[in-house]
Design a protein around this ligand. Structure first.
Ligand code: ATP
Ligand code: MG
Length: 337
């Protein structure tokens, strides 16, 4: 049985970029493959959250993150396992053991570390070491597929290198996750989805961008969504065309609306291409996004904390069983047991 594994940090409210780029694709994969006998692990990496600032209360953010998945249509069955990372102590334990296999050289090459520590006179060790914790998250469950945004692909390659080196030294303990090219194929996309910043459409939409109007948050009210869309940067061509290279702003609006509507891009674009009514297009996009987002928020509101906690507790029993068995194998291989 193959295993798919994914997690999204719970530091704050998520953006529409996180939702369309990472959450919806995972929900689609889970709903399909869990019915075909794959094991699907969706966990909230709360230990990864504390490497940077947390907005609000981490425990509450963790519960909200799972509500996002459920409101986005995640179906629960016996193959879908949901858990909080810190409730499975084997993650931290294996991280230490893998720290003794990972090298300073390979860790220093991690782009995310370089970006997140750039210009800072001091940064915490967690920012440097979290890719090893990520390797533990993946290897404990023998995960084959790890659907993630492109920014995380380097960490999958690192996981493969650490696991291969460990297996070479101590014996065949770990299943090696698929290479990144296979991961992309598995996700069923040509290219990873990248939603743009509303003000500067050359950049990607990020929750950490300071400007409020640059991003749509999943808890924005319809009027706020409409205001942000109406104010989005477009271009001066006066002709609607889908082309990220020359018209990133308009293309981003078309792309978000099609993804939100769940229809193909060409179906959405054909009603608008060639026209000059930018204002009308913005109104239509604002309508689609705010209506769908309001539906999503209404579904969120119906999910109780108790329901989420029950899913976590059930999943954590399963996760501890699988993770502890793999950890024991590792401990025996290394000579700790
Ligand atoms: P931060 O600014 O704190 O890095 P972020 O918005 O980039 O926040 P992450 O927590 O880094 O969010 O990423 C969560 C997931 O969302 C990852 O799988 C990432 O690839 C995906 N993601 C983030 N931004 C976008 C975007 N604009 N379009 C598509 N996917 C995205
Ligand atoms: Mg990011």
């Amino acid at each position: 049985m193959k295993t798919i594994l994914t997690g999204i940090r719970a530091n704050s409210v998520l953006t529409l970029g996180n939702f369309l780029g990472a959450m919806l694709p995972m929900v689609r994969l889970s709903n399909k493959y869990s019915k075909e006998g794959y094991s699907v692990n969706i966990f909230v990496p709360d230990l990864h959250s504390i490497i940077s600032e947390v907005d609000g209360n981490l425990r509450e953010n963790t519960i909200r993150t799972l509500k996002y998945y459920l409101a986005a249509g995640l179906e629960i069955n016996e193959n879908v396992h949901i858990y909080r990372q810190s409730y499975v102590p084997a993650h931290s334990e294996l991280c230490w053991i893998l720290n003794c296999t990972a090298t300073m050289g390979e860790m220093n090459r991690m782009t995310q570390y370089k970006e997140k520590s750039e210009g800072k006179s001091s940064c915490n060790v967690g920012i440097f070491d979290y890719p090893v914790l990520m390797a533990a998250d993946i290897l404990l469950y023998s995960a084959n597929y790890v659907p993630l945004g492109e920014d995380q692909f380097q960490h999958i390659e690192l996981t493969r290198n650490i696991a291969e080196r460990f297996n070479h030294k101590y014996g065949e303990v770990f299943v090696i996750p698929e290479a990144t090219a296979e991961q992309v194929k598995f996700m069923g996309v040509e290219k990873a989805i990248r939603i743009r910043d509303l003000i500067d459409p050359e950049k990607k939409m990020s929750k950490s961008t300071a400007a409020e109007n640059s991003k749509i948050m999943l808890d924005d009210e319809p009027a706020k969504v409409a205001k942000k869309i109406m104010g989005a940067t477009t271009d001066s061509f006066e002709q609607i065309k889908f082309d990220f290279a020359t018209r990133p702003g308009i293309s981003n609006l078309l792309y978000m609306a099609a993804l939100m509507k769940g229809i193909s891009l060409s179906d959405f674009v054909k009603d608008w291409e060639g026209q000059s009514r930018y204002g009308d297009l913005k109104k239509a996009v604002a309508e689609v996004i705010s209506t769908r987002l309001a539906d999503f928020q209404a579904r969120m509101a119906k999910i109780s904390d108790e329901e989420v906690l029950a899913l976590f507790e059930e999943g954590e029993k399963y996760a501890n069983k699988i993770a502890n068995a793999k950890l024991l194998e590792v401990q025996k291989a290394v000579g700790l047991r």
